[in-house]
Design a protein around this ligand. Structure first.
Ligand SMILES: Nc1ncnc2c1ncn2[C@@H]1O[C@H](COP(=O)(O)OP(=O)(O)OP(=O)(O)O)[C@@H](O)[C@H]1O
Ligand SMILES: [Mg+2]
Length: 268
């Protein structure tokens, strides 16, 4: 079980309040989409979940325990760009994810452990649709392929929580639809919760179980003195449950099925 509890979290940079008294609980294997205007603190929130930043006030707990102080294998992350290592091949990138936590001193695996990791990495590369590209370098991959690689790299470490910061924002719509199908499959098959920042409401409704909208309520000169708060907290309906793919909502997205993610599904 993985439950994430955010308790009265504030984040300030000097005089600027970025987030103000945010309290949220994400249940086991939730898929949370975070939306909100540019600069409202979405990335900052994600970085706190990753332990790259600490709350100024309040606390974040995973399964009742305070968040570890350092980013660790329990939390994977994929950014919009540059999540993969350009000097490593596809296989090298995914293998590195396995090697780093398991071989702390040498940074490498040997013998049977390396063969096992290679097998696992190749299977995961195939799972994300990159079979045949194992020996290519990221520069030779399209944007969509690089994000598939970034997902494989993050998932190789078997994170309890996968953090995504606009991971598909730079992709063309067709490529994005394909990678949404992959994302749903990964969420269904891996034991993980997902917290994803997106600018795209359609994407949020396509993938998430829950949508959280941050917003700064006040405008004017003293804006920096007020942080963003949770303005909306929407459970996506009909409910999605990890591991249940039977629903027609999980089919690949096509132009003639656009209405299924429309506002008609919103609870009032
Ligand atoms: N390390 C930092 N030092 C000082 N201010 C910061 C730091 N990181 C973020 N900020 C400020 O916090 C605010 C929120 O930034 P953040 O990147 O979290 O926004 P965002 O919601 O992710 O925006 P976008 O949608 O454009 O990515 C911004 O005003 C930003 O300038
Ligand atoms: Mg951001």
């Amino acid at each position: 079980m993985t439950t994430i509890s955010i308790e009265h979290v504030w984040k300030e940079y000097g005089d600027q309040i970025v987030l103000e008294n945010v309290s949220l609980t994400f249940g086991h294997r939730a898929f949370v989409a975070l939306v909100g205007p540019s600069g409202c603190g979405k990335t900052t929130f994600l970085r706190m979940l990753l332990s790259e930043e600490t709350p100024t006030r309040g606390r974040i707990l995973i399964d009742g325990e305070p968040l570890p102080r350092e980013p660790g294998a329990d939390r994977g992350v994929v950014f919009q760009r540059y999540s993969v290592f350009p000097h490593l091949t596809v296989l090298g990138n995914v293998l590195l994810a396995a090697e780093l936590p398991r071989a702390r001193f040498t940074g490498r695996l040997f013998g049977a452990a390396r063969r096992d990791a290679q097998e696992e990495a190749r299977a995961l590369i195939a799972e994300v649709g990159l079979a045949g590209a194992e020996d290519k370098y990221p520069a030779a991959l399209s944007g969509g392929m690089q994000q598939r690689l970034a997902l494989a790299q993050a998932i190789m470490r078997k994170p309890k929580i996968l953090l995504l910061d606009e991971p598909f924002g730079a992709l063309d719509p067709g490529i994005r639809a394909d990678i949404h199908v992959l994302m749903k499959r990964l969420w269904n098959s891996c034991e993980m919760s997902v917290v994803m920042v997106t600018h795209d409401l359609r994407e949020a409704f396509t993938l998430a179980t829950r949508i959280i909208a941050f917003e700064r309520r006040r405008n004017g000169d003293d804006r920096a003195r007020y942080g963003a708060v949770v303005a909306k907290d929407i459970e996506v309906w009909p409910r999605r449950i990890a591991g249940h793919t039977a629903s027609d909502r999980d089919d690949p997205i096509s132009a003639d099925t656009t209405d299924r993610d429309g506002p008609a599904h919103l609870p009032r």
